[in-house]
Design a protein around this ligand. Structure first.
Ligand SMILES: Cc1cc2nc3c(=O)[nH]c(=O)nc-3n(C[C@H](O)[C@H](O)[C@H](O)COP(=O)(O)OP(=O)(O)OC[C@H]3O[C@@H](n4cnc5c(N)ncnc54)[C@H](O)[C@@H]3O)c2cc1C
Ligand SMILES: Cc1cc2nc3c(=O)[nH]c(=O)nc-3n(C[C@H](O)[C@H](O)[C@H](O)COP(=O)(O)O)c2cc1C
Length: 777
């Protein structure tokens, strides 16, 4: 085969040498615009797994690369005058030049033709080729030429960065954060040979512009960075090898994805050989996760592997290229997702984390930024550091009693006069089992069992402020004294028989009322016996299906506000410890907040400030009626998942407004406002919203949604992404979820109900055996 690789970066060179090695009869050429020793960049980072992979394919190349590696284990954070070190992270780095030279030398020794100093304008320059590999990097001309087939999806990110080097040697992967008068800068630093470290400087675009860095050339930018990081450089200089670039040497990361990775199935029809994309030309991963070179090498290995599998004469080249794309695109997507989280962390850290977080917690947040490394992963990497952090967290979380390393999930949390024993809430879950709004034995058993199961706070389901505020006929209420007394029986039971607290969630169904019980047809309107619906504006929740609601008048607003206050008084009289106002999920108060459901033209519609006016009036009246010493949270939909709906940025504004009105916490749910929603589910999928609200609005938050393991709770709480975690469905499967999770992670200092205690050592022993065998029981 005649193979041409356009671009002699890691992808093109590796593929060329592997193909030549596979069959010396192949005629392989790499065409590169640069001269052999002339390249951009400093060092790149790999993981051990990538090297093992390469070794299986070419021992010599892997050996040469490994001999040139700089290894390190530690990550160091330099922040607010502190230096914090954690170990066990295992990286290897190599100079990009060195890497390319090793690959070039290996290509030459195998007989690959290397053509340097040649700028390729397109694949038409190689009419005799049987296969053209477009390994021409992030600005690939070949990708642009066939953009209609490849369908590249390119997102340019807001941060700016500059890739520099320094002779100062760092013995760890070092992150330095420095504040300037216009905002924070961060440096990502790692040694890659005996004399040199890579020193990438990054900042948000607005900071970059405020410092007029767009006007500075490479040398002036270097001088600027030396000044910002002078304390750390201690006289060492920064270096650039981007002087040849015209204009600014600063870059904005472009995330590239392609729907199709190759083109030209039929040469007679297309007039050219198949062209296949590889490496940065087809996908990019942000340097925050350090894997662009790994992906490029692994693409090359996989395509070579497909040729190896196909034997001497790959008859069906299109099928082979399809398989290459199918295999690689899954792995690439996985990595891009993880890189995305890490990249976003660095984009927002200056506004979200740098100021509120102390260095210890900032370090934890930094280490877990991709959400691929959890609390228990950190323990495997550096148990000593993690225990130190757990001790620090326990003390700073207000538990002054001990110097014991406590899993963050099991640290107490205080709000007003209430001290929760740990960070777990049974999230409110409608049971549709009340009769005329009165809770009965079902609720006593259901809530009582969960109160005994280890969670600190059991939140009751949405309880309605009037008969016509109910979602279904099975929903509980607090609008009669009999309902209040029925709730008091449950509250008393929980207080007498458990050390859990119990919370009331008050709500009004609005346009989502008068429907069937959850299991008889969720959101489906009652055939008979329903009631008139009200909401911010007239609407049908399910278009063409739901009953129409009518827009509330001022008189309706006064009545509903009065109902909320009356129910609040009954909740206080019943002895509840905590009150949550339900302003989420498209129900009445939520219908005011979201622009999708609020089309009013009076003072309660239009701007977010106007849309919040009525929910805030209700909040203020409820807060005034609720005992001062007891906490109040507000549940909001932090994301409508619909174009034009509430976004997480709006959620920060909403949280600020409730905070100013006296809310203690924001319970960060999302969605259920419109049936057009397109939520992106995944583990802990709403936690980023709780994180954003907490650290931007400066109010305590509750994270909820697909939090299903102690490891999730520990990671969320320890990183300061939320203060409490609400767990819903896992509590339906297992009322003693918290006690079970404690045993699973080997945490014994939890209080079991006295009559159940004989089960505790047994459960702990089962999990202990599972851990000893290297797995989960
Ligand atoms: C600041 C920064 C830090 C990074 N850090 C890391 C890291 O730590 N670890 C890591 O794995 N990755 C890192 N990367 C990413 C890494 O550099 C790339 O992902 C990797 O080099 C991709 O390899 P490639 O062969 O696909 O493309 P490239 O390395 O970009 O190679 C493409 C080659 O094609 C040549 N070329 C382009 N157009 C033409 C043309 N028309 N004619 C002829 N030749 C052409 C170019 O000169 C270049 O040599 C970093 C990137 C940046 C910007
Ligand atoms: C059966 C059921 C009923 C629910 N009822 C309520 C409710 O009354 N009030 C509320 O705010 N959320 C309600 N939710 C949402 C949960 O509180 C929680 O936000 C959601 O299930 C995501 O958490 P999970 O992934 O832990 O289940 C309900 C969820 C379920 C599964």
């Amino acid at each position: 085969m005649r193979i041409v690789c356009i671009g002699g970066g890691p992808a093109g060179l590796t593929f060329a040498l592997l193909m030549k090695k596979l069959d010396p009869g192949h005629d392989v050429t790499v065409v590169e615009r640069n001269r052999p020793y002339d390249t951009f960049g400093w060092g790149v980072v790999f993981s051990d797994a990538t090297m093992a992979h390469l070794r299986r394919w070419d021992e010599e190349t892997a050996g040469a690369i490994e001999a040139a590696f700089a290894h390190w284990d530690d990550i160091v954070l330099e922040f607010k005058g502190r230096s914090i070190r954690s170990g066990g992270h295992g990286f290897v780095g190599i100079g990009r030049k060195r890497l390319l030279n090793i690959l070039q030398a290996r290509c030459e020794s195998l007989g690959v033709r290397l053509e340097f100093d040649r700028e390729v304008r397109g694949d038409a320059e190689f009419p005799d080729a049987d296969l053209i590999v477009a390994s021409d990097g992030v600005n690939s001309v070949v990708r642009q030429k066939y953009a209609d087939v490849f369908q590249p999806d390119i997102v340019t990110r807001p941060n700016r960065f500059i890739w520099l080097g320094t002779r100062k040697l760092y013995d760890a992967f070092t992150f330095v954060f420095e504040r300037t008068e216009h905002g924070w800068f961060q440096a990502h630093i790692y040694k890659f040979d005996a004399e040199t470290s890579t020193f990438i400087v990054e900042c948000p675009e607005h900071v970059w512009l405020a410092h007029r860095l767009d006007k500075l050339d490479a040398d002036a930018s270097v001088a600027f960075c030396e000044q910002v990081f002078a304390r750390h450089l201690q006289g060492a200089r920064l270096m650039t090898n981007a002087r040849h670039l015209r204009g600014s040497a600063w870059l904005a990361f472009q995330r590239i994805k392609c729907a199709q990775w190759w083109v030209g199935a039929d040469r007679r029809q297309s007039g050219h050989a198949p062209v296949v994309l590889m490496g940065d030309a087809v996908h990019t991963a942000h340097f925050a996760i350090g894997s662009g070179t790994k992906l490029a090498l692994e693409d090359a290995i996989e395509l070579a592997n497909q040729f190896k599998q196909a034997g001497d004469a790959p008859a069906d080249l299109p099928a082979l290229l399809d398989r290459y794309q199918a295999i690689r695109s899954v792995e690439v997507l996985r990595l891009q997702n993880a890189a995305w989280n890490a990249m976003e962390w660095f984009e927002v850290c200056g506004t979200r984390y740098c100021d509120p977080l102390e260095p210890e917690q900032f370090m934890y947040s930094l280490l877990t930024r991709s959400q691929r490394i959890s609390h228990e992963n950190l323990r495997l990497r550096d148990a000593g550091w993690l225990e130190g952090y757990e001790r620090w967290f326990a003390q700073h979380g207000g538990d002054t009693s001990t110097g014991v390393a406590t899993p963050p999930m099991f640290t107490p949390f205080r709000m007003r006069s209430v001290t929760l024993k740990n960070r777990v809430i049974v999230s409110p879950m409608a049971q549709y089992s009340a009769i005329d709004g009165v809770v009965g034995d079902y609720h006593l058993v259901h809530l009582g069992a969960r109160a005994m199961g280890g969670a600190a706070l059991v939140m009751c389901e949405m309880t309605c402020v009037s008969a016509d505020a109910r979602i279904t006929k099975g929903c509980p209420g607090l609008y009669t004294d009999a309902q209040g007394e029925a709730w008091a029986r449950i509250v008393d039971w929980v207080h007498t028989h458990s050390d859990a607290h119990i919370g009331m969630q008050l709500g009004h169904a609005g346009a989502k009322g008068a429907t069937h019980l959850g299991w008889e047809g969720i959101d489906q309107p009652l055939d008979s016996g329903g009631w008139p619906l009200i909401s911010a504006s007239a609407q049908q929740y399910l278009p063409g299906v739901s009953d129409w609601s009518r827009a509330m008048t001022r008189a309706d607003m006064d009545r509903v506000l009065h109902d909320f206050v009356a129910c609040t008084r009954r909740a206080a009289a019943a002895g509840f410890d905590w009150l949550e106002l339900h302003c989420a999920h498209g129900y009445l108060l939520s219908s005011f907040i979201s622009p999708l459901t609020n089309k009013r033209e009076d003072a309660y519609g239009g701007s977010l400030e106007n849309r919040l006016r009525y929910p805030l009036e209700v909040f203020a009246a409820v807060r005034a009626a609720w005992p001062q010493q007891l906490p109040m949270s507000v549940r909001i939909s932090t994301h409508d998942w619909v174009e034009g709906g509430i976004t997480p940025a709006d959620a920060v504004q909403i949280a600020r407004a409730f905070k100013a009105a006296g809310a203690d916490m924001i319970d960060c749910s999302s969605g259920q406002v419109s049936k057009d929603e397109k939520p992106v589910y995944g583990r802990m999928y709403q936690t980023p919203f709780a994180d954003r609200v907490r650290n931007e609005a400066g109010i305590a938050t509750i994270a909820v949604g697909a939090i299903s393991e102690a490891d999730h709770v520990n990671s969320i709480i320890a990183a300061g992404r939320a203060d409490l975690c609400a767990v819903a469905r896992p509590h339906l499967a297992n009322p003693a979820w918290t006690l079970t999770e404690a045993a699973r992670i080997g945490w014994k200092a939890v209080n079991w109900p006295a009559p159940y205690r004989s089960a505790k050592p047994q459960l702990e022993a089962i999990f202990e055996r599972g851990r000893a065998m290297g797995g989960q029981a």
